[in-house]
Design a protein around this ligand. Structure first.
Ligand SMILES: [Zn+2]
Length: 132
């Protein structure tokens, strides 16, 4: 399956390391967040390599290394990723609204604004909110 990504997201897909699927398992609401993260990372580590980018329990999981050198580690690089992962838990996965909460639908945690949560499930209410 081929997915057409906007250019700023395709740049990230192009960094996927050999052996990993060339796709981002996130919805479009997180694209602006990812584009900003990519700019920060690329400024710091122009040859950074991505292993995987996905949504897990309603949070962004971005697995990347500053370069393809084994054991490369860079504090600022990891800080930028952590900041984006923290930001993602408040960003609607559909539209990027910063007022999102986490919902559980069919055992899958999604981070959504009220509007998109209602679109997924008209019966959404406080009871489907993820317990703290
Ligand atoms: Zn939304």
């Amino acid at each position: 399956m081929t997915t057409a990504y906007p250019p700023e997201i395709q740049r990230i897909v192009d960094r996927v390391a050999p052996g990993w699927p060339e796709e981002l398992e996130v919805r479009t609401g997180w694209y602006p967040l990812l584009a900003r993260l990519d700019e920060r990372l690329a400024a710091n580590a122009p040859n950074y390599v991505l292993q995987q980018c996905k949504s897990k329990f309603g949070a962004l999981c971005f697995y990347a290394e500053p370069s393809d050198e084994p054991w490369s580690y860079d504090e600022a690089f990891n800080e930028a990723i952590r900041a984006a992962e923290w930001e993602s838990v408040e960003r609607c996965e559909e539209c990027g609204a910063a007022t999102a909460l986490q919902y559980v639908f069919s055992l899958w945690v999604s981070t959504l604004c009220a509007e998109h949560a209602a679109a997924v499930s008209p019966s959404v209410d406080e009871s489907s909110r993820k317990p703290e």
